[in-house]
Design a binder for this molecule. Structure first.
Ligand code: CP3
Length: 341
């Protein structure tokens, strides 16, 4: 896999065109996803290796992207630690036993390898199906983002309870984050052992934090995780919403790639990062709702801007929304693959 477009770009070496994959590419915008989803619950899909492999392969077969991403969820670490996790249509993820006290934190397990074995099994099936064609990206949630779901008990608009724990009970928050970080490093190493070719850490809600709080409660743990990874030839991608602000700090945790949201000019931010750190991004996902000529024009504009830069992976600034037309996503991939500088 070291000679695939995606891995070469992730290690900041020259490629004939930027590789393309998209966050949430294995998901609800595809009618074929719904054919499977209508038969199983989301967690059943994640936990049955053959089904997880079927869904992982949908964008590979239907879109022709340059990297596959494991079909799973960032919250499986929280579940393996003892969270009572469910996903309900229209409601999103829920933990029925939110973590709000010292006793709740003490109850969480930080040794979860066995419980996540189904992910290793899925990775093996997926790699058989991919048959060396393109790399497979594994992933995990960053401690702060996973903590927010454990503490709030689900999705949140303002992360009020989570931030209250950071501010009023910092020692407790650090204990919780530290437990999640231990589990996350072990979990990513389990994925690497099982055969993923790259890993991405998702800190989706980091933008809720101030610079100081991001440094203390998120960055430090991501740095810890990355330093523990068995990463020879395995690029590490660090993603957060808020990366247009936090990217220079994210780079200090020593990922190979920083994934950038759409609020910033991609070349400007890349120039602010150390040599050898690649960027991934950063089209506003809403562009994929627009007319095809707009999609093409915006992709070309981004590619012109990044022309001649090694270390550029095309992605969206965040995940594909479920109601984006499949045809537009397919068109975007075609435009990218046809681009010649
Ligand atoms: O990118 C991919 O295609 C791989 C699979 C993947 C999923 N979730 C599948 C999924 C990945 C990488 C994730 C990560 C994830 N999960 C994140 C970080 C990425 C991001 O977008 O910021 C977060 C915050 C979650 C937590 C989560 N999982 C939420 C908030 C939801 C519900 C969202 C909603 O709009 O209802 C999920 C469910 C989920 N994860 C689905 C999928 C395909 C939808 C499940 C369904 O079919 O109902």
């Amino acid at each position: 896999m070291r000679d695939s477009l995606f891995i070469i770009a992730a290690f900041s070496e020259a490629t004939e065109r930027p590789p393309v994959w998209m966050m949430r590419q294995a998901g609800r915008f595809m009618p074929e996803y719904w054919e499977i989803k209508n038969k199983y619950s989301f967690l059943e899909m994640c936990k049955t290796p053959e089904i997880a492999a079927d869904v992982t392969m949908l964008p590979v077969d239907l879109l022709g992207i340059d990297a596959a991403i494991l079909f799973s969820d960032i919250l499986v670490t929280g579940e393996a630690m003892g969270g009572d996790l469910s996903f309900t249509q229209g409601v999103g993820p829920k933990f029925a036993n939110p973590v709000r006290s010292q006793a709740d934190i003490d109850k969480l397990s930080d040794n979860v390898g066995d419980k996540l074995q189904y992910v290793a099994d899925a990775i093996k099936v997926i790699q058989q199906r991919l048959d060396g064609k393109i790399p497979l990206i594994g992933f995990a949630g960053a401690p702060f983002t996973v903590m927010s779901y454990l503490v709030e008990g689900g999705s949140s608009k303002d992360f009020k309870l989570t931030k209250l724990m950071l501010h009023n009970e910092p020692e407790m928050a650090h204990q919780l984050l530290s437990k999640i970080a231990t589990v996350t490093a072990d979990y990513l190493n389990l994925q690497i052992e099982a055969g993923v070719n790259a890993v991405q850490i998702f800190d989706s809600w980091a933008q809720a934090l101030s610079w100081d709080d991001y440094t203390e409660f998120s960055h430090n743990y991501i740095q810890q995780i990355i330093s523990k990874l068995n990463r020879k030839d395995i690029p590490v991608i660090s993603f957060c919403k808020g990366s247009s602000v936090f990217a220079p700090l994210m780079a200090e945790a020593k990922p190979d790639v920083v994934s950038i949201d759409w609020n910033v000019d991609l070349l400007d931010i890349k120039k602010r990062l150390p040599q050898g750190v690649a960027v991934q991004g950063n089209l506003d996902p809403h562009i994929l709702y627009a007319d095809k000529k707009v999609i093409k024009e915006r992709i070309h504009r981004l590619f012109e801007r990044m022309k001649g830069e090694n270390g550029f992976i095309f992605n969206l600034g965040h995940g594909i929304m479920p109601d984006i037309p499949f045809d537009n996503v397919k068109y975007a991939v075609e435009v990218i693959k046809e681009w010649a500088p």
